[in-house]
Design a protein. Structure first.
Lengths: 383, 130
């Protein structure tokens, strides 16, 4: 079975895409990732995108980019889609279906005047049962945080440490939207959006995009770039289970162990982690579910700077993450993979680069943690 | 498509909405396995039987989790999950709540007509009556 490698990674530099269309952002991102890999559009034979791409599945973007491919996948799990795309690209490559898979994400909610992400009304059976109450995304994640606090005694101060760590990293990223270093006090004294979540518990709303190029081993070894191997992956979907609601465990409790088992490594082996951070609570729940600490102990795990590069045991989101850097199209999964690739290549900012980073994890939580969501975990290795 | 339109085409759950309209709080129960579920489906999500019956629920429940939004000059907005006496935990709103509203508080169902035409099953604090 042929292994798959992430050979191209590109984060679109814009944070506000005035006058740039969504399709253009996708293609600019694609061009960036292909150039990073040392490949061209003509080399692409597989294409992956999710619901942020205009049109039906992959077809409109393939037309826009004028690409002919023989493998497409538009798996949609919200912001975690792109981690699943990496996994599916690896599977397609192993099955001989394609050799150069392109994955793109882009969006411009900021330029379009969308101040905060709203769940789109879609004709699903659950819609009227939730839509009547018009829960905001912050309220959804607020319910997760409230229940976690109730069951395990997690505090706002502990959640704040996640934002503090992200801000420590973002100060070194000149493209980050929020570069100011914040303290635990700053977070817990920021306005309550929906209790128990404060403004600084929430990620930014930004435009932009990103792209990845996943290739076969033969193509990877022909390129003059560091080899970042997809060593393990897992994906899972969780939902309210017809009324048997459990808000404190995510689908990461399934995707994480599957990825670790496939990779043959444990959480203790991971040198750097990109963890989806739509909110601070999203990170806390994921860290527990991935096995970095016991369920309920996430608060103690993240406290006192444990996620800060150079200081803590588990450096996370060294680009500043969604909490400080960007969250293009309200979907943070692509940028999680990109920063993990930078770390493994040794191309992160020197102030946050993890020395000898040869094994990293990237994890996404898409949809809504409080209702239906998709989790995806990748374990990546620098050869 | 409005929520009311949507409720009308999701035939599975229509009796639930007819119930709230009439001031009845109904829950879907499977006559094969005996389990209650929510939101209501035509096919039991647990045993996959089609023997679903809508039965009156007690209307009593306990707050499982909540998010509290305070906007000056406006009533407290509380989005919540409530665990019903019958088992299922459902998304709802706690109306006329006070500042002390918390997980574990007993609540009782009430009905609120939505501008679009559907009547929502909401809950009120029932600390003294449950």
């Amino acid at each position: 079975m042929s292994a798959a490698y992430i050979m191209g990674a590109y984060e679109h530099p814009t944070r506000k895409a005035e006058g740039i269309s969504v399709a253009q952002l996708h293609m600019q991102s694609a061009a960036g990732a292909l150039a990073d890999a040392g490949l061209s559009f003509d080399d692409v034979d597989g294409y992956f995108c999710a619901g942020d791409a205009p049109g039906l599945g992959a077809m409109s973007m393939l037309e826009y980019m004028n690409l002919d491919v023989h493998h497409v996948d538009s798996t949609e799990t919200g912001g975690s889609s792109y981690l699943i795309h990496v996994a599916h690209a690896a599977q397609a490559i192993a099955a001989g279906k394609c050799n150069v898979a392109l994955i793109t994400l882009a969006g411009r909610p900021r330029a379009a005047g969308m101040k905060s992400a709203k769940m789109p009304p879609s004709p699903t059976p659950d819609t009227p049962f939730e839509g009547l109450f018009a829960p905001s995304v912050v309220e959804m994640y607020g319910m997760v945080a409230a229940r976690h606090m109730y069951e395990f005694g997690t505090t706002s101060e502990q959640l704040a440490w996640i934002k503090v760590a992200a801000s420590q990293h973002a100060q070194h990223n000149e493209r980050a939207m929020l570069r100011k270093v914040v303290t635990v006090d700053d977070v817990v004294n920021s306005p309550l959006v929906s209790a128990p979540l404060h403004r600084l518990d929430c990620c930014v709303v930004s435009d932009g995009g990103g792209a990845l190029v996943v290739t076969s081993e033969a193509v990877a070894k022909s390129l003059n770039r560091p080899l970042v191997k997809v060593r393990g992956n897992g994906e899972a979907v969780k939902h309210p289970s017809a009324g048997r609601v459990d808000l404190t465990t995510s689908a990461g409790a399934i995707s994480g162990p599957r990825a670790f088992a496939e990779a043959g490594v444990t959480p203790a082996d991971i040198k750097y982690a990109s963890i989806y951070d739509s909110f601070t609570i999203t990170v806390l729940v994921a860290l527990e579910d991935l096995g970095f600490c016991e369920k309920g102990k996430g608060g103690a795990f993240v406290a006192d700077g444990n996620l800060i590069s150079g200081q803590g045991k588990l450096p996370f989101n060294t680009d500043g993450g969604g909490l400080c850097n960007n969250h293009p199209s309200n979907r943070g999964g692509m940028t999680k993979v990109i920063e993990a690739v930078r770390q493994l290549r040794g191309e992160a900012h020197p102030a946050v680069q993890v020395p000898g980073c040869d094994l990293a994890l990237a994890h996404g939580t898409g949809g809504s943690l409080a209702t239906r969501h998709g989790s995806a975990t990748l374990i990546l290795e620098r050869l | 498509m409005t929520l009311a339109d949507l409720a009308a085409v999701n035939f599975d759950a229509l009796p639930f909405w007819q119930g709230t309209e009439a001031g009845d709080f109904l829950i879907a129960r499977c006559e094969s396995c005996g389990e209650a579920h929510h939101y209501p489906r035509a096919i039991c999500p647990f045993c996959r039987s089609e023997a679903i019956r809508f039965v009156p629920a007690s209307g009593k429940g306990v707050i499982y989790s909540l998010a509290v939004t305070r906007i000056p000059e406006k009533p407290l907005r509380v989005v919540a999950y409530v665990t019903l006496e019958e088992g299922p935990t459902i998304m709802t709103q706690i109306v006329d709540a006070d500042d002390a509203v918390a997980i574990g508080d007993p609540v009782r169902v009430d009905f609120q007509k939505h501008p679009e035409g559907l009547t929502a099953a909401v809950f009120r604090l029932a600390r003294d009556t449950n």
